[in-house]
Design a protein around this ligand. Structure first.
Ligand SMILES: Nc1ncnc2c1ncn2[C@@H]1O[C@H](COP(=O)(O)OP(=O)(O)O)[C@@H](O)[C@H]1O
Ligand SMILES: N[C@@H](CC(=O)OP(=O)(O)O)C(=O)O
Length: 458
């Protein structure tokens, strides 16, 4: 049995719906499909999820909603009409449901946002089920509550509860093709709660693990996972295989093609993932698996992301002060801030974090507390950093990997703000200024993927 997830770009229009139907009909093993809300049809287009977020914000602020509701209705009406489905009936139901949610959750902003956001996937799954029935397939829409997707009550940040998996297993007994909306589940309190953005990948993975699928197929708009983001390097190398560990590091660090939190359920259940292209299903795609042969290709990929900052602290004899690190991190914890890395030396320590966490006066409060409570010699924040992760299972056993990177960056005249190899055996982190990140990734791509030898294995 296969579980196939179709991302927003794969279900953005009637043309895309037809491609999905062809893919589903071409393999009887594709018994469960998970769909996202309609995504972008072209570069400047707007995703339904983003329109729904605007709608929820308008309800909260008490500003005009009608135009936004109509924009949502219009997108679905266009798809339904072109597929010759009863569009008026469908959109009337959709509008009724949206308006009910707008009213029902008016005084509960968090759950309002999630209920409205989730409706993008919910209506698309209903529409997909209708279309599959129309073309003669035995297909049915399955609501996540009925499927057994029970999650924590953390709006916009749901996590699956373990009891879900047993319930999901029963889906195996159902006939025909099941169409499940991605991106949300229900809390024990009965609320609709969404996963983080891009979370339909997570639903697909949970369902695949729950039904013990043979494969989790993730259909998107590229032929494969590439070793670098294709918007940075033109036509980069395609990956045939990548391990769960490598993919987790790369997706966390910027490979947006597959959600980093979507790996855990399939990894634990030992289910291989195949990332494929809805627009070119004949292409073999990329397999995410437990092990790969990394002798010829020690590096799997290079990911990058912007929007980081570094709190740099120095204090003479810091190394002698037991508890310094704990007290520093406690200050961040008190402000509800998570951090990415903590490179340190004998008398200095840096904490790297996403800078959007420092809004609302937090930055000054943190600096003041570090200065007064930890009595440091110096503390300052460096903004506008980008992090680059070089990831590969073969890295540990290959000599000279870091040297290659630093030489390549020096040759490209790029100043390295920091390096962190940490305890991870599969990754190396480089910090650079945001303005030079694309050049840095290109320089690293050249040295790791275009030169004949990457390093010597030990
Ligand atoms: N390393 C990578 N390999 C492939 N695609 C990548 C990579 N890094 C970023 N992407 C981007 O991820 C996109 C697919 O993810 P996403 O837009 O979330 O698709 P979907 O609509 O299927 O959910 C690609 O179009 C590509 O621009
Ligand atoms: N529609 C949701 C969930 C999702 O996974 O979408 P996509 O498959 O388009 O990344 C979002 O935009 O976040």
């Amino acid at each position: 049995m296969k579980v196939a997830k179709f991302g927003g770009s794969s279900v953005a229009s009637a043309t895309q719906f037809r491609k999905v139907a062809d893919i589903v009909s071409s393999d009887v093993e594709r018994r469960i499909i998970v769909v996202s809300a309609p995504g972008k049809r072209f570069k400047e287009d707007i995703k339904i999820t983003d329109i729904l977020i605007q709608l929820a914000q308008a309800v909260m602020e008490g500003t005009a909603c009608d135009e936004i509701v109509q924009a949502v209705v219009k997108r679905y009406a266009e798809i339904a009409k072109e597929l010759e489905l009863p569009a008026d009936e469908f959109t009337a139901e959709l509008e009724k449901d949206l308006r009910w949610k707008m009213n029902e959750y008016r005084h509960d902003p968090c759950h309002l946002m999630d209920a409205i956001k989730a409706s993008g996937e919910d209506h698309n799954a209903r529409l997909m089920a209708l279309y599959l029935q129309e073309i003669g397939l035995e297909a049915s829409y399955v609501n996540p509550r009925e499927a057994g997707i029970i999650v924590t009550d953390e709006p916009g940040n749901a996590q699956i509860l373990p009891e879900s998996y047993e319930k999901l297993y029963h889906l195996r007994k159902r006939r025909g093709v099941l169409v499940i909306p991605g991106f949300f589940g229900y809390s024990l309190e009965g609320n609709i709660v969404t996963f983080p953005r891009g979370g339909s990948d997570i639903t697909g993975s949970i369902v695949a693990a729950g039904v013990k699928a043979d494969v989790y197929e993730n259909f998107t708009d590229v032929d494969s996972i590439y070793c670098v983001n294709p918007s940075i390097v033109e036509n980069p190398r395609q990956l045939k295989e990548i391990t769960y560990r490598e993919m987790r590091e790369l997706s966390y660090s910027g490979f947006s093609v597959f959600h980093d939190e979507a790996l855990e359920p399939v990894y634990k259940a030992g289910i291989p993932v195949c990332v494929k292209n809805t627009n070119n299903p004949a292409a073999p795609g990329t397999w995410i698996v437990a092990k790969r042969n990394h002798h010829d290709e020690p590096i799997a990929g290079i990911a990058s992301d912007t929007g980081f900052c570094s709190i740099n602290i120095s204090k003479y004899l810091m190394n002698r002060e037991i508890g310094f690190g704990r007290r520093l991190l406690q200050i961040l914890e008190d402000e509800g801030i998570s951090y990415e890395h903590t490179p340190s030396g004998i008398d200095n320590m840096s904490v790297i974090l996403r800078e959007n966490q420092l809004e609302g006066g937090k930055e000054q409060r943190i600096l003041d507390r570090i200065q007064t409570e930890l009595e440091v010699d110096e503390v300052h924040i460096e903004h506008g950093l980008a992090l680059i992760m070089v990831v590969g299972e073969g890295m540990e056993r290959t000599v000279g990997m870091a040297a290659k990177a630093t030489a390549a960056l020096a040759k490209a005249n790029i100043n390295l703000e920091m390096i962190n190899q940490g305890s991870s055996e599969v990754s190396m982190m480089f910090g650079v200024k945001e303005e030079v990140v694309a050049d840095a990734v290109r320089a690293l791509y050249e040295v790791y993927f275009q030169e004949a030898s990457v390093g010597n294995e030990v």
